[in-house]
Design a protein around this ligand. Structure first.
Ligand SMILES: *Cc1c(COP(=O)(O)O)cnc(C)c1O
Length: 366
């Protein structure tokens, strides 16, 4: 039995008829960009997240970029963020000409450390950009307090946290803007690239709508140098089908995670810790494995996929070497050396999870 990290084909089989029907209606209607499907999806996601506005864009990376630009962040500004994330988080900061200030993470949740954020606020700080890593909400209440106290923007990277709730409110709805990715492997994924920004700020929403469409508020009148960054109607139609199932999908992920953690109790690995402040949607199920290379080899020999998210923290990446010379963030560095993510998707069966856990126990016994 081969067990992949994600099984998009399996999910498609169960949604096939409805997706084909929806795609057919887009093809027949032939409004492919900024059409009715995109608009309907924006309304549905705004309602789902409990916010006033949702704006579709071309990717999660663009969502972050446009949110930062619309918030007026630019050259000379600093944005405090985590080094333990995908590169796009920091790329977006660089795109607007600002500087990413990396601070260390919490060893339990892998999310940005609130005390480290508070200590890093300086005269040039304009925003804090937490990531809800692996689907677990960052500690938003104290982060928001810090932002309010210092007049900073809070921009959430929700690429891995669609449907995750923190203290009764959706991730994405806490900050000035929440930025989602619909990359195929995300909890809510389309069949190409896509993203969305949610916000309660009318001004920010209008700016983002203008920027995503060539700086245009009115056709052929251009107020700013913008971008071609729209979510197309084919992807929106697919996402509308999947959105109806997202709570079931996230529940299945949580159930799978609970079974993993139960079966791995005696294994020489540390299972994920939920901090109890929100609902973790397990975009990834990520262990700490002190003998990671051996474990990964054993899993691979048994046909079981595993992955390292992320092997190099951003302050140690070549691209940030000059900016971060001498910067030491030991918690993030240790996490990068120890983490291992196991197969995780809603359709994963109990039998598959048992096989993965047995293989890990056997590896330890040897
Ligand atoms: C996937 C991801 C992004 C980027 O999303 P794209 O849609 O691939 O551009 C940004 N941040 C994090 C944490 C991600 O996991």
């Amino acid at each position: 039995m081969n067990i992949p990290m994600v099984d998009l084909r399996g999910q498609y089989q169960s949604l096939k008829e409805e997706i084909r029907r929806q795609l057919d209606s887009v093809l027949e209607g032939s409004q492919f960009v900024l059409g009715p499907q995109g608009e309907a999806l924006e309304q549905e996601i705004a309602a789902y997240c409990g916010v006033r506005h949702a704006i579709g864009v071309a990717s999660g990376t663009d969502a972050l970029h446009l949110a930062l630009r619309a918030a007026g962040i630019g050259p000379g500004d600093e944005v405090i963020t985590t080094p333990f994330t995908f590169i796009a988080t920091a790329e977006a900061i660089a795109y607007v000409g600002a500087k990413a200030v990396f601070v260390d993470i919490d060893p339990q949740t892998f999310n940005i450390c609130v005390d480290a954020v508070a200590a890093a606020v300086g005269p040039r700080t304009r925003a804090v950009l937490p990531v809800h890593l692996f689907g677990q909400p960052a500690d938003l209440a104290p982060l928001k307090q810090i932002c309010d106290r210092h007049g900073l923007r809070l921009i959430e990277d929700c690429a891995q946290s669609f449907g995750a709730v923190y203290q009764g409110r959706m991730t994405g709805a806490w900050g000035d803007a929440g930025c989602f990715s619909f990359f195929p492997s995300k909890n809510l994924g389309c069949y190409g690239d896509g993203g969305m920004i949610v916000t309660n700020d009318d001004h920010l929403a209008a700016e983002i709508r203008m920027l995503r469409n060539h700086g245009s508020r009115e056709r052929y009148y251009h107020a700013a140098i913008g971008y071609n960054s729209r979510l197309d109607d084919m992807q929106a139609a697919i996402l509308r089908v999947k959105l109806k199932h997202i709570d079931d999908y996230n529940r299945a992920r949580r159930r799978n995670a609970a079974l993993y953690s139960e079966l791995l109790q005696a294994a020489p690995v540390l299972t994920p810790v939920e901090d109890g402040k929100g609902c973790h949607v397990f975009h990834q199920y990520t262990l700490r494995a002190p003998r990671r290379a051996d474990l990964q080899k054993t899993l691979s020999a048994a046909g079981i996929a595993s992955a390292i998210y992320y092997p190099v923290p951003l302050h140690r990446q070549e691209v940030f070497a000059a900016d971060c010379a001498g910067l030491s963030l030991p918690v993030a560095e240790q996490a990068a050396a120890e983490v291992l993510s196991l197969p995780m998707y809603p359709e994963l069966t109990a039998e598959q999870i048992r096989l993965v856990c047995r293989t890990i126990a056997d590896a330890a016994a040897r």
